[in-house]
Design a protein around this ligand. Sequence first.
Ligand SMILES: Cc1ncc(COP(=O)(O)O)c(C=O)c1O
Length: 448
Amino acid sequence: MTTTELAGQALTQERRLVTAIPGPLSQELQARKESAVARGVGTTLPVYVVAAGGGVLADVDGNQLIDFGSGIAVTTVGNSAPAVVDAVTQQVAAFTHTCFMVTPYEGYLRVAEQLNRLTPGDHDKRTVLFNSGAEAVENAVKIARAHTRRQAVVVFDHAYHGRTNLTMAMTAKNQPYKHGFGPFAGEVYRVPASYPLRDGDVDGAAAAARAIDLIDKQVGADNVAAVVIEPIHGEGGFIVPAPGFLRALQNWCTESGAVFVADEVQTGFARTGAMFACEHDGVVPDLIVTAKGIAGGLPLSAVTGRAEIMDAPHAGGLGGTYGGNPLACAAALAVIDTIERDGLVARAAQIGDTMLGRLNTLAATDPRIGDIRGRGAMIAVELVKPGTTEPDADLTKRIAAAAHAQGLVVLTCGTYGNVLRFLPPLSMPDHLLAEGLDILDAVFREIA
Ligand SMILES: Cc1ncc(COP(=O)(O)O)c(C=O)c1O
């Protein structure tokens, strides 16, 4: 069967393994990848996909895998979600590009209006659209610097903000993101995060005081343009900060005149059982950065925030050829509509409850599970040497590989490489969610 014929088949919502994973055709393609694509671009699981939707990915060999990754938190509303397909199909037939900075179009305005409506806070807001998460983070920093006329950017241990030069500087982990790629952008200062598993008695307020003390002593409050933080650290290990941590940082920013920026690239758009993760902490960021789940797989990102901050850069100071591309805007409008119409915020919370219930049962008899955490459909398991908090990256790799072999796509993350993370699409039917959790259960029991 050709790739096109396979893609055209309606996908049954079932796991189906007809070859080893990866199968022979995927292996052939992977060999071509090795001779055609730069080796710096890794692949977690080299099965080559021809179709995806609901809760499954179909590969060239005729296998169907259960998707607990959503292309790293992107296909939140489902892969090729019907409303997204319709909207993009109509848009592609109308026009594909004009460049919003040259001859604009309404789709961009509608996305901006929706983001202004949906993001936390009822203050006057403005939005600007870009392509990738990293590009949006960079622009949030530009905007904060233009507004404050200050330069310093405060970031956190375990942070991940992207792979461009400034966002590499803002990202904590050296391997694989930064190693050999310096020198990095200046005026970026890192302070400790809140990491409840590893923080002992330090609660949210104390963790914030620890960070703020460092900012005051080593950077100086008057120099800080922006404090940029993920409300739940994503690549750093799905670390949910202790209650009060984010709120204390926001308060400090307000008192100091610094811009509080929430990087919701991974956590945004219903993923965590709220439209945006900072809502769980009652925090209203000055600027919020979004991408990934915003457009169902089309490249789009945004910075949204207080009008007086957003309007600080001069006309022409923000933009880019493709930012807010009409296809991506059409997709985003369909995504937002789908989230609201189908009650996907509540669905994410429900998926989270199911996952936490099953994983907590597993943890009760498995001392290698040091922590289970996350919110909504963004759940992680941190693996340690029993009786300690010493990370077990090797076990994490083995469990992920065993899950892959059983046709379950899971991802790993974490500063110490010892976190399994689960990000199912919210279109995942219950029976596949349960089957995926059964596979994890079996894999944990099999791997000694
Ligand atoms: C929190 C966060 N910020 C920024 C980024 C960078 O986004 P992109 O890969 O679209 O540049 C990511 C990507 O994983 C992310 O998780």
